[in-house]
Ligand binder design. Structure first.
Ligand code: FAD
Length: 402
């Protein structure tokens, strides 16, 4: 009888196995650190091996070389509501206008539930906007996409590269359907719902207020987008007040940006690099300077994105009324975005942190690492402020090239 689907340290929790199982005997369950893994009900397993075959860790799907662009949405409201340049919304609108469906990640702040859903009305698209930095529960999403394609509908699927790989394997030949577009958001790695919940509990205790809404991306604040103001936690409280956490001191971003709290498989991610599994890859154009876009735009958000297939190229051409875009130097994008290079490094403290989180609250565990991780962040922040983030990045690149 089958006991495992792939090597556990490589399992991405994508859920393709659970979607394909003809006996419905694979459940995705929270395990250590709150990360989800498949669990097989031995009493129902048919031993057909479909789960192992569909697994994108066991069967690597085809990839294509990326062509790099920069761009942003021309509608200021959509741009302001998006994480970076709002490209996702431009593609999503195309599909909805054709009577199609868009699959992406929705966050329910009341329960902390993060899951893939299908949106079919433009007024619901807001649910999918903005990067949520923990792993989404894919539920039956690959089944739903397959069903929609079978009905002849246009479908845009968005998720991380491992989730696009899962969909590609799940669909098999049907993944070549012209009605489908797969968009992956370039992924640094994901943390878990449980870890985010622990962080939020700490914030509630600190402020002595109930959090009713939270977001990992903020625009329109003083720092601007490019200077790192884009990645900050915003907390909204039940009394109507709100706060934006300082990104250099906030324990969530200390843990996330230093890779202290990522899923085990993220440190060994097979979907990084410039050969991509999807049609289009969306990223933040970190490190962009006024050589590439006007200063005003750097404050509002710019996407770096790659078009990886003919299907992607056709979608970009269709989106040209909504989006300003042009090709850009791949080196400028890749040098500032590790996920286009390789997986994140696994810090030596990672296991200890997960163990300590079983009995301690998140803030206490991260604060114990204050000496090692906070000093680096402060120096980076001061340097970026004094010399500007573009110049800081160039200095950093020169240093790393040495
Ligand atoms: C976990 C994570 C890590 C990331 N790491 C990097 C990085 O290291 N470097 C970089 O340049 N960009 C990274 N991004 C991508 C970036 O933050 C933007 O999501 C991307 O540029 C799209 O922005 P937008 O303005 O076009 O769209 P937005 O409107 O902000 O679109 C949001 C899109 O993200 C998807 N999404 C949101 N949360 C999740 C999730 N948890 N899992 C899967 N899909 C999700 C939605 O389905 C939607 O397609 C990351 C995103 C996520 C979710």
């Amino acid at each position: 009888m089958k006991t495992s689907i792939c090597e556990k340290i490589l399992c991405t929790g994508c859920g393709a196995c659970s979607n394909i199982c003809p006996a419905g005997c694979i459940e995705m369950r929270e395990e250590e650190g709150g990360f989800i893994y498949p669990v097989i009900d031995q009493t129902k397993c048919l031993d057909c091996n479909a789960c192992s075959r569909v697994c994108p860790v066991n069967t690597a799907p085809s990839v294509n070389a990326a062509e790099f662009y920069l761009g942003w949405h021309k509608d200021p409201e959509i741009l302001a509501a998006s994480s970076s340049g709002g490209l996702f919304s431009a593609f999503a609108d195309l599909f909805l206008a054709k009577g199609g469906a868009v699959a992406g990640v929705d966050l329910d702040c009341r329960t902390g539930e993060l899951r893939h859903i299908v949106v079919e009305r433009p007024e619901d698209l807001y649910k999918l906007r903005k990067s949520k930095y923990y792993q989404s529960f894919t539920a039956d999403i690959y089944k739903s996409v397959g069903k929609l394609l079978k009905e002849g509908r246009f479908v845009l699927f968005s998720g991380t590269a491992c989730q696009c790989a899962a969909l590609k394997n799940y669909l098999g030949k049907r993944a070549e359907d012209d009605h489908l577009l797969m968009i992956d958001v370039l992924c640094h790695g994901v943390t878990s719902k449980k870890i985010v919940r622990s962080y939020l509990n700490g914030r509630e205790n600190h402020y002595r207020k109930k959090i009713v809404s939270y977001s990992f991306r903020v625009k329109g604040n003083e720092g601007g987008w490019q200077n790192g103001g884009g990645t900050q936690v915003k907390l909204e409280f039940a009394d109507g007040s709100s706060v934006i956490e300082n990104r250099f001191r906030d324990t969530f971003f200390v843990g996330f940006n230093h890779n202290l709290i990522l899923r085990e498989s993220c440190y060994r991610c097979r979907f990084t690099g410039t050969d991509r599994v999807s049609d289009i890859t969306l990223a933040d154009f970190w490190g962009i300077t006024t050589e590439e876009a006007p200063e005003e735009q750097l404050q509002k958000g710019v996407s770096a994105f790659s078009v990886n297939t003919e299907r992607g190229k056709a979608a970009l051409a269709e989106a040209e009324d909504a989006v300003y875009y042009r090709q850009t130097d791949p080196e400028k994008v890749v040098s500032n975005n590790l996920a286009f290079n390789r997986p994140q490094k696994r810090p030596p403290e990672r296991d200890r942190i997960l163990k300590e989180l079983e009995t301690n609250d998140y803030d206490t565990v991260i604060h114990r690492l204050r000496k090692k991780y906070y000093r680096g962040i402060r120096i980076k922040g001061i340097l970026e402020k004094v010399i500007g983030s573009g110049r800081y990045q160039r200095l950093k690149d020169m240093y790393h090239r040495k």
